[in-house]
Structures are given as structure tokens and as C-alpha cells.
Ligand binder design. Structure first.
Ligand SMILES: Nc1ncnc2c1ncn2[C@@H]1O[C@H](COP(=O)(O)OP(=O)(O)OP(=O)(O)O)[C@@H](O)[C@H]1O
Ligand SMILES: [Mg+2]
Length: 308
């Protein structure tokens, strides 16, 4: 794969405090890349620099090999963009809003209905958006970003405010864009969504890169325990199983829960039917990105939370 975007030692400070601190990474052609990090980590600041809304203090960004800083209008042909908060005119209808943006970008009027249909707003295209719900406004913003078939889609918290149905439809839309060869770069707090969508992730903290790579690599670098829950045709003694397999076990009604390392999973599974034992049922709970993220951000519940 070739790099579509290169972010090269980019920094930005506000009032002497670095919001983005010497950040370097690249986005490959056709890859889905997710940006994670706590509130204030610098995600939107980075996105605003990539989309020309603000200028970095230092560094360079290249798209398709072209230096885009200082930002030139022509660079906009390389990406479409959904900002964190979108300013929309409440007195315009959904259809008029799309026409406005399509005219700006010299895109055919027919495309407006197509994208309104994709985000489920075609039926309300003649309604004023002042009366739209938060999720409907977000879907309209997504429709604007989808208008142009640019090779890179940059989205700042695209599923914020979307209900589970539309959050799931969003994933389908993004996967389709990837199949069409579009690169997708998005910031998100939804770790489940990131885990199921992203080819690679970057975790930002205080403007710096904390992690860059695949979710799987992150999991193997933070080996947390997995839980295997088993039910045998003939009930077994959990303590005997613990001694035999060298793992911790707990009885849960008819089930036995085994706790083991991820890299020990296959050995454990192979041993479960040894000595004439027969499994009746089995569940495996793998570590999720959310569990790792909580572990690395020290996310143990605070005493204040316990009082709630
Ligand atoms: N226009 C601004 N003026 C002053 N400080 C700013 C401005 N924009 C961002 N900051 C500061 O820069 C830092 C990074 O903010 P940014 O909006 O990039 O975070 P974020 O990772 O997008 O957070 P969130 O998850 O809440 O959207 C924060 O400390 C924020 O207060
Ligand atoms: Mg943000």
C-alpha cells in the first residue's frame, strides 16, 4: 500500500499549551484509520489542521505526495470532511442544504438525493432542518461529507448522537467506501465501533502519540486475561480442572469459568476434551479494545462513582 496522507512532525499550541505535539504518522490508500484519545487529547485540532481550518505552528502535511501547507484551496479535492460540530442553516430544508453544498463543490444535483437516501433522510428532504433531531442533523452532515467522491473521508466523531441502528448503518457505509478504494480517517470515542472498523488506530494523549498500529498488536502488547466458559456433558470438578490445566477456575451454576492468557487459549481448548470429558457448550470472552483502553488509561472506578 502507498501512503495517501503523511503527517510530518506537526505541532499546534494554544496559549503556550501544546494541543498537538510533534505528531508524525501516515494513512495508507484505502485504509480505515481511527483516532482515539480522551477529551482534549488533540484529535479535533489535528483534524482541523489536516482540513485547512487552522494552520499548524510547525510541521508539514502531504496528501497524494503534495505539500498541503500553507493550505491551498485546490487541496480540498483530495478529501471530504465531517466536522465535530457542523453549522447548518435551520431555515433551509435538508434538500436545500445538500443543494447548497453541491453547488459549492460543482456536484450534480442528482447526487443530493442519492446521499440523502443513503443516510435515510430522503423522505424528509423538504422539511426544515431547524426541526431535526441531533441524530438527523448528524446524518445530514454525513450526507454532505458523502456528496463528493473524494479519495479521503475525514470524519470527526461521525456517530456522535446516532442511535444503534444508524451507528450500525454508518459502519456499512464506511466499509463500502473502503471497498471503493476510499481512505477513511475518523475520530471516535466508540471503542466497539473502532475495533470492528479500523485497520489501524492511533491513540493520542495530551497531543502526543501514545499508540499507533493495529488493534490486534495493541492486544498482544497488553496481554490481558480471557475468560472461557464451559459446560460438560458430565459435570466436572472445577478444582481438579484448575490443577490439571494450571489456570484459575470458578463454578457458575452448571458452567465452569476458566481464566487464562490469550496465548494459552488453544492449549486450554485442546485439553478440555481429554480423558473422556465431553463439552456440551462453550463461550469465549476475548479481551476487547475497551478493556485494554480502560486498563491503559487507569480507568478503575473512582470512590465518587461508587456513591452514585
Ligand atoms: N480554539 C481553541 N482555543 C484554545 N484552546 C483550544 C482551542 N481548540 C482546542 N483547544 C485546546 O486544545 C486541546 C485539544 O483540544 P481538541 O478539541 O483537539 O481535543 P479532542 O481530542 O478533539 O477532544 P474531544 O474528545 O473532547 O473532542 C484542549 O486542551 C483544548 O482545550
Ligand atoms: Mg474533538
Amino acid at each position: 500500500m502507498t501512503s495517501w496522507v503523511v503527517v510530518d512532525h506537526v505541532s499546534k499550541a494554544y496559549n503556550g499549551k501544546k494541543a498537538v505535539d510533534d505528531l508524525s504518522f501516515h494513512i495508507d490508500r484505502g485504509e480505515i484509520f481511527a483516532l482515539l484519545g480522551p477529551n482534549g487529547a488533540g484529535k479535533s485540532t489535528l483534524i482541523r489542521m489536516m482540513t485547512g481550518l487552522i494552520q499548524p505552528d510547525a510541521g508539514q502535511i502531504r496528501m497524494n505526495g503534495e505539500r498541503v501547507l500553507p493550505f491551498k484551496k485546490e487541496v480540498k479535492r483530495y478529501f471530504s470532511f465531517l466536522p465535530e460540530t457542523m453549522s447548518l442553516y435551520p431555515n433551509l430544508t435538508a434538500g436545500e442544504t445538500l443543494h447548497f453544498f453541491s453547488r459549492l463543490q460543482r456536484i450534480s444535483r442528482n447526487r443530493c438525493d442519492e446521499v440523502l437516501d443513503v443516510v435515510g433522510l430522503l423522505e424528509v428532504k423538504d422539511k426544515k432542518i431547524g426541526g431535526f433531531s441531533k441524530g438527523m442533523r448528524q446524518r445530514l452532515g454525513l450526507a454532505v461529507a458523502l456528496l463528493d467522491k473524494a479519495p479521503l473521508l475525514i470524519l470527526d466523531e461521525p456517530t456522535s448522537g446516532l442511535d444503534p441502528y444508524w451507528a450500525s448503518r454508518f459502519k456499512e457505509i464506511i466499509r463500502r467506501k473502503k471497498r471503493e478504494g476510499t481512505s477513511v480517517f475518523f475520530a471516535s470515542h466508540d471503542l466497539y465501533e473502532v475495533e470492528s472498523l479500523a485497520d489501524r488506530i492511533a491513540i493520542l494523549n495530551e497531543g502526543k502519540l501514545y499508540y499507533l498500529g493495529t488493534v490486534d498488536d495493541l492486544k498482544s502488547k497488553h496481554p490481558t486475561e480471557i475468560r472461557i466458559q464451559v459446560r460438560f456433558e458430565i459435570p466436572q470438578d472445577p478444582d481438579g480442572l484448575a490443577r490439571e490445566l494450571g489456570v484459575a477456575t470458578f463454578r457458575r451454576g452448571d458452567w465452569i469459568q476458566l481464566i487464562c492468557r490469550r496465548d494459552d487459549k488453544v492449549r486450554i481448548l485442546r485439553s478440555l476434551e481429554k480423558g473422556g470429558r465431553k463439552l456440551a457448550d462453550l463461550h469465549i470472552h476475548e479481551t476487547t479494545l475497551e478493556e485494554i483502553y480502560r486498563a491503559i488509561s487507569g480507568g478503575t472506578p473512582s470512590p465518587e462513582m461508587d456513591k452514585l
